[in-house]
Design a protein around this ligand. Structure first.
Ligand SMILES: C[S@@+](CC[C@H](N)C(=O)[O-])C[C@H]1O[C@@H](n2cnc3c(N)ncnc32)[C@H](O)[C@@H]1O
Length: 237
């Protein structure tokens, strides 16, 4: 999951600048919920990933996860249908190496300086901290274009990046940008995190950041990328 956690503090004040009391804040690609947990008031968190949304629903409903063993991890991975979806979601993301869906068991490891790093304990602590700020969030589990937006919403999109190897084949970026144009014209205030955007979008914030993905999406070590935030601006062209 591309996590916006590092930039949330900088971009949220821009996104929320003109928010009116009661105005809905909607995230169509909410993933790890790093931004939405820092927002208050009326909120909708959507993601297409079924197990992920079930996991967040359960967590916000009060479920407290426990650490699991490597054996349990393998069992859940191979026999997913035997377990409740929220639990598969938890194991698949939060007990996995770098939060990649069943990307390998994350347990305790010795660091170079001889201390022990307990990845699952860290994940539990971090997620419970997020959850404490997410009471009242409405969860949805749809493709972004099927989402019903309350009138005049603020919509923050953090879609799979254009060109990243992981999703490159199954995300239609042209369709996405057209959808943003359409909902902007309907009166929603829409922001998009991306490296690049079509010419009728204006960059309202940018920052150089170290990323394991280069600006063209290729895996390339710690390359410098420019993270950007865009807004539809038809007068731009
Ligand atoms: C870059 S991540 C979002 C990260 C998020 N901002 C965070 O704080 O962790 C992109 C998310 O888009 C979701 N996604 C991919 N295609 C989608 C679609 N068509 N509709 C809705 N969500 C989709 C993925 O499941 C993934 O969680």
């Amino acid at each position: 999951m591309g996590s916006k956690a590092r930039f949330t503090k900088e971009i949220l004040p821009i996104i929320l600048k003109d928010r009116k009391p009661g105005q809905w804040y909607v995230e169509p690609f909410a993933g790890g919920m790093n931004a939405i947990c820092e927002v208050q008031g009326n909120r909708i968190a959507n993601d297409i990933h079924y197990h992920l949304i079930q996991m967040w629903r359960e967590l916000v409903g009060g479920w407290i996860p426990k650490k699991i063993t490597k054996e349990e991890y393998s069992e859940v991975r191979t026999d997913q249908s035997k377990y409740p979806a929220y639990f598969v979601g938890w194991v698949g993301f939060n007990c996995s190496y770098s939060g990649k869906w069943f990307g390998g068991f994350a347990g305790e490891t010795k660091t170079k300086i001889g201390t022990v790093r307990d990845y699952q304990a860290e994940a539990i602590k971090n997620v419970l901290k997020q959850v404490s700020k997410m009471k009242g969030v409405i969860f949805q589990n749809k493709p972004y274009y099927e989402l019903e937006l309350p009138p005049n919403s603020i919509v923050y999109c953090d879609p799979p990046y254009d060109g990243t190897t992981k999703y490159a084949n199954d995300f239609d970026h042209n369709r996405f940008w057209n959808w943003v144009r359409n909902i902007s014209k309907q009166g929603h205030t829409v922001f998009v995190s991306e490296y690049n955007a079509p010419a009728d979008f204006e960059c309202v914030w940018q920052k150089e950041a170290k990323s394991s993905l280069s600006a063209n999406g290729k895996i390339g070590g710690n390359k410098l990328s420019v993270e950007k935030l865009f807004k539809f601006s038809p007068t731009n062209v």
